[in-house]
Design a protein. Sequence first.
Lengths: 256, 463
Amino acid sequence: MKRAKVTNIAGIIARELTRDNVFLSLSGASVLLVFASLILNEMVVGQQIKATKDLGLSVLNLFSLFIVIFLGISQVSGDIGGTSLYFLFSKPVRRSEYLVGTAVAVFMAVFCGVLVITVTIFLLSIFQGEVWIMGLLIAAYLTLLEMLVMLAFALLFTLITSSQLAMFLTLSVYIIGHTIQQAAVIADRSSNLVLKYIILLLYGLCPNLEFFNKKTEIIYHVNIPLSYFLYTTVYSFSYTTLIVLLALYVFKHKEI
Amino acid sequence: MIVQNKNRSIIKSFWRSRNLFSKRFLVLILIVVFGLLLVVSQGYLSRHVVLTMENKKESDLYLPEPAYLAFISCGHEGLVADLVLAKALTYFGSHYYERHTFGFKHLKKLFFTAVEMDPMNRDAILLAGNILGNVDMRSAMEILKLGMFYHPQYWKFPEMMGFYYFFKLNNPLKAAQYYEMASRLPGHPPYVPSISGKLYEESGRYGEALRVLINFYTTAEDKRLKESFKQSILELEEKIKKRDFMLKATIIKVLDGVTVEFKRDASNPQFGFLKRVETYRVVGPVSRELKGGDGVEKLAGLLRRDYARFMLEGADVGLLFQRERDGSLKRDSEDRLMGSITMKNNLQFEPLSVDQKLLEPEELDRERIYSMVGKTVSIRFTVQKVEAIGKMIYFRAGSAYRSRFSAVIPVEYAVNFETVEPGSAGWFRGLEGKTIVVNGLAQIRGGEVQVTLYFPGQLKEFN
């Protein structure tokens, strides 16, 4: 796998993705949603801009997820279903280079989206009288790590099923990933042994996306140790690498 | 005009062609029919929705349990909590004017859900405690206890509990316990411990009050705070001393504004030597009867008698006797016992009469200055000089007493007086040569007797 080829593929696809109407509409809608927090702020008690922070961080997270689901999956499934891959693979480009290049491109699109939302929230916080920067950067970083994992799953599902089913499965992983921790608590209390072991198995296999959810700590200025960021980074990269390797294996044996 | 003519020509062309099933005609018919149906159905549905909402106003509000909501929120609990809180506030606002009819059935659940979803939001808990306090006191207490559970180091929750126990539930002892709890937590303002002491005092738990105050006196680091606690301790010790020498009695007759007949409480053996019914002259070291010509004195006497009858006749009171040097009870030439009367809630009859202008505060007396030390006094004197020395503003009494009596205001408290009269320094200086009345605890400092003033109510110009 040559880095130059991956970079070229990623650059081309990223340009295509950021000009995509879906990307632009999602970005526009997210920015509008963040602005809606101005109304919610009037009705919520707490810190001065608590609603902006709450809504902003949720929009940041969900918007990134939608980019992964809509752009990532449609890009790969479109390429596989169409004829562009025939031309591409007739050149000296390996399948792994294409897949990694696509993943990098989608991640770049996610990064651009996160940047847009982060800047919007930051400007809005200044407008409301509080310079909120550190917490916002931490949230953006953790969101990017989370989306890395989601992107790996999205690619894997796109390669093994149809695009609609892949979207559904990716969304399911997101929901399971955020609820698995509570499910583990329920399993721990459950007297049903079968249920208990199923949940524990799921807990072991599924990604625990709550590791990337530190919204409460960020909003209420609770100190997060530096080692925590290190471990979440390691966790995210390890999980992503494993899933991408699996996806590469599937893609290598897939008939196009 | 052109459009109208065009429409007319279309209709005419339909009519002339007699082709009722032409494509254009069908489209027109469909538009009209479905337009009408839309208007009718919309009208019906809107009415139905309004009716349903009215019926449902107090019966149904679907709100899942907080744990379930947290589960399905997929890590966005904060946002969901914000939305539930906004719903709670709009619910409160929309039901406020109908509260007597419908009440606030779902308010508790909404607030509890919002708090359980985002327990870190302390302001939301305080707001819920505040709003529920006006609606349902038990729920307010529950939510504040929840706040104390999640934030055991935050002083405002026990403080609010104490406030409710005192002002709404009329339970000063419980209130004192919560204020004491609040005063042990970091960040509490200086008034909290003194309130806990006062409330213990209010509930008759003098020992508890003294313990709390001494504890705060010894642990306080701020000099001003220490002084304030010291003052409270001295006042309380005086009260305890009074209580120990106080006789419980019932006033059976008011003879005049300052003389009453009382029946003693037989349970106190210390006063067993007294007759069952005694006459008592209300006179302390701080006041005297009004003087004046043209019947003023007589009129004041009548007013004082009526006031005393209203306040005292039939009342259970505490009597604190004046004593001779040998410790025996002091009697005047008419064999009346002498002393002060303490009514319910620790109110002193004599200062109340002074407030009502039925008695005059006693003018400073050379012989009595040192006998006042340790007592709460109300003294009248002419200010010879106002001077600021160090951190105190001194109101010097007449030249004969210069080195023996002053009223003092700590500089940092001068701002309290400024709010009453702008331009404090000027105003204080303006009192030179005037007669003033000061109320407070008499203490010895630097060889002179001083009354320290903290609040405007302790200082009045004598008219």
